[in-house]
Design a protein around this ligand. Sequence first.
Ligand code: ZN
Ligand code: ZN
Length: 285
Amino acid sequence: MKQLIKSFTYKDVFPSRLQPFTSVKESEHEDSEVEAFKKKIEHEVDFESSEKTCTKNYGHPGFIPVTELKTSHFPEEYQDQDLVDTIKLLGDLTVKIIVTVSDKVKIGSGRIFELTKSTQKGTCPCSDCRNNSKHTQNWWEIVVLTSIHVVNNKEDAENTKCRLFYDTEDSSLVNLEGAMVENSSQNKNNQICRLICVTCDEVLSNRIDDLLKKFIENYEKVFDKFWDVKNSEKLVVIVSHPHGTPKKVTIGKSDERKKISDGHSVLTYSTNTCPGSAGAFLYIL
Ligand SMILES: [Zn+2]
Ligand SMILES: [Zn+2]
């Protein structure tokens, strides 16, 4: 089944070749998806159990655990180790988003997009530093891109946890705390939320910095390699946390982007998503 999404003009933040899509479907559809699981579940545990009763993609064929991804999962013309490595790096930058406001929980996916050392005066605003009156001077701001249907405003952001490196059930717990949202009017049109997270963990920030650099390097290499592949259909890969479970890769195809009037374009794609996939990055080749 083809799904309709809106795509985005993103020149302000991306070099021309790295224009991303975020997996945001037509708002009506997305709303109903979020609403459906909001009604069905009151907390995350119940939400995860919905994987077994999922009617959208029953049994989840084609949802590949990120740790098992290999070249043979891809269509023949895309069977390339550099592509697999790039998707795995995209996986390393993909986060599970958990927003808990009052007793409502929203689960989605997102992608770490930027990391900068904070130049603001004052001490680290993370909860550990605040609660324990630590005066940590060095801290970092991390931009996570997700959907405004997952994180919509400052209240959501302050009650958001991003779980990093959640590849398997046994993955250790690494969380980033949300602090605020930074939405321009353009982001609003695009339905992309720029969630700002904070950390004073230098080892973690170095690791993220390294992953971002490697991802861009690999992304460009793969882009160049496949530049001449003139397919009428594009490859569309999504790494997300369907039903809040450890990250899965889904692979599909799309038609060429179709321009529509308001400066946005529309893309249809066959790549599967489930509740919990909202906000994930679409990798298009
Ligand atoms: Zn701190
Ligand atoms: Zn499902």
